[in-house]
Design a protein around this ligand. Structure first.
Ligand code: CTP
Length: 475
């Protein structure tokens, strides 16, 4: 099969082919770029395999590209990278790889194109297109990768036990491709993941999390998490999520399966938002439920404080999974912690103060929180679903009204610590913090408006009542 010239008409590919011809080297574009070309997906990075020295060809290509081209050579791996502007091309010599059981590092030898295709993870990633001018565009597909692309199948080129044992990360990659592309795992490939799952233990958390992030950014991330569960990888890489599975029944009363509910919430959020961390918040919103679950004879199943317990678990989870311990963690923690609050604001008796406090605590993330809460409604009872959505709309309306009036969302106290110290002749001390807090509470509780003069008057009043400081001008 030959790929139509118009589909591979990139000047850089022609240029690589010409330089390879001059050096009498056979060369092919291979892997993800070819797969994505045939799937009409955008793919930036180009991998080129050379029968011979990849480094030699890379040098020639960099020279020909001239000014602005950058060459990086990795002698130990026999690879080289050429970059110019946005364009990035990796060059590697065709190789044979064999692996030892206890290590991810293979023994590498020079090989043919076929050897190189053999060592690749999936048939759809082993497709190669020739770049030499006499065979430009000729597609080499020794394992039926084209058929698998058409049928939507993820399958290893060789015995899957060997492919996965050689590099266990490929089990995660297979699940990730199935999720990203909406493909199925071939039965034998699936079974081999199940058999080899324990081997995931030799893979670093960073590489695992890279795959999880790609699953999370897919159109329907639940597909990946369900496959991780079905293959038995989930308890090995994310035991807290695995613990959400299952239904316990007491006196004939069961609770819902929190894992399946969570995946529904995740997909609901993914339908509405590409925000990766909002998706993580969806995945983790009920992570505290197993630890808070209780059967209470008069009430049934309860999950008291599961939001708070869940929020407390996140630092440990993020640290172990090598997820970032920065403002992303703070954001996810905030949403997990607050996700039960809006539902408590739907009663008639709810005070403005409670709404103001939520606005204050959620700040700019209030819209994301409400999106998560909407997504959290997964009841099968349509009437109930509609009622919840309507109630949330009322909460939103109440928030808008209060926000317009009181500007709480990005609340800054109208009297600051400096001013308090100056007004009352105080050095920095704990009373300053307490007074500041009292002013903030009075504003959130609606006792005084969110304005400087009112806040100052209130401050002086409570300071006098508490006998703190000396008001300037006081005799
Ligand atoms: N590959 C492999 N085993 C791995 C990683 C990569 O066999 N564990 C091979 C595959 O042929 C793959 C190619 O190396 O297509 C390039 O790998 P990479 O750039 O990591 O992935 P892509 O397939 O390009 O896909 P993506 O960019 O979506 O990760």
């Amino acid at each position: 099969m030959t790929i139509p010239a118009k589909d591979i008409n990139l000047p850089i590919l022609h240029l690589i082919g010409e330089e390879a011809d001059k050096l009498h080297l056979e060369c092919y574009v291979i892997g993800g770029w070819v797969r994505d070309l045939l799937l009409h997906r955008h793919s930036k990075d180009i991998d080129v395999v050379v029968v011979g020295s990849g480094i030699e060809l890379a040098r020639a290509v960099a020279l020909r590209l001239g000014k602005g081209a950058h060459l990086a050579v990795f002698k130990t791996y026999g690879t080289a990278q050429v970059k110019k502007g946005e364009q990035e091309v990796e060059f590697v010599g065709a190789r044979r790889e064999s692996y030892r059981h206890e290590s991810r590092n293979p023994i590498v030898e020079d090989g043919t194109l076929e050897d190189d295709q053999n060592r690749r993870d999936f048939t759809i990633n082993a497709l190669a297109i020739c770049l030499n001018s006499d065979r430009y565009g000729v597609l080499l597909d020794p394992f039926g990768g084209i058929d698998d692309l058409q049928e939507g199948i993820i399958r290893t080129p060789l015995d899957p036990d060997i492919t996965f044992s050689d590099d266990p990360l490929r089990m995660m990659r297979g699940i990730r491709f199935a999720t990203q592309l909406g493909f199925y795992l071939d039965r034998e490939t699936f079974d081999a993941i199940e058999r080899n799952r324990e081997r995931i233990g030799i893979i670093t958390k960073e590489r695992i999390v890279d795959e999880l992030q790609k699953i999370m950014l897919s159109r329907k991330p639940s597909v990946g998490w369900l496959l991780l569960d079905k293959t038995g990888l989930l308890p090995l890489i994310f035991p807290e999520l695995s613990a959400l599975k299952g239904i316990e029944t007491v006196e004939g009363r069961g609770h819902k399966d929190v894992f399946l509910h969570t995946l529904k919430v995740l997909d609901n959020v993914a339908d509405k938002s590409d925000n990766l961390w909002l998706r993580w918040a969806a995945l983790l919103h009920d992570i505290g439920k197993p630890r808070s679950k209780q059967w209470e004879p008069n009430t049934g199943w309860t999950f008291k404080n599961h939001n708070y317990i869940g929020a407390k678990m996140l630092q440990g989870i993020f640290k172990r999974m090598k997820l970032p311990l920065n403002d992303k963690l703070d954001y996810v923690r905030k949403l997990v912690d607050l996700h039960m609050r809006p539902i408590n604001l739907i009663e008639d008796t709810v005070t403005d103060s409670a709404v103001r406090r939520l606005l204050f605590e959620a700040g700019d993330d209030i819209d994301d929180l409400m999106l998560l809460c909407d997504a959290d409604i997964t009841s099968k009872n349509e009437e109930k679903v509609q009622r919840y959505h309507r109630n949330y709309e009322l909460v939103r309306q109440k928030m808008r009204e209060l926000e317009e009036r009181d500007r709480i969302r990005n609340f800054q106290p109208p009297v600051m610590g400096e001013e308090i110290m100056q007004l009352l002749g105080l050095e920095p001390c704990k009373e300053v913090g307490e007074l500041k807090m009292a002013v903030k509470d009075a504003i959130l509780d609606g006792i005084i408006p969110n304005e400087h003069d009112a806040a100052k008057a209130y401050l002086l009043q409570i300071a006098a009542e508490r006998g703190i400081g000396k008001v300037k001008g006081e005799r």
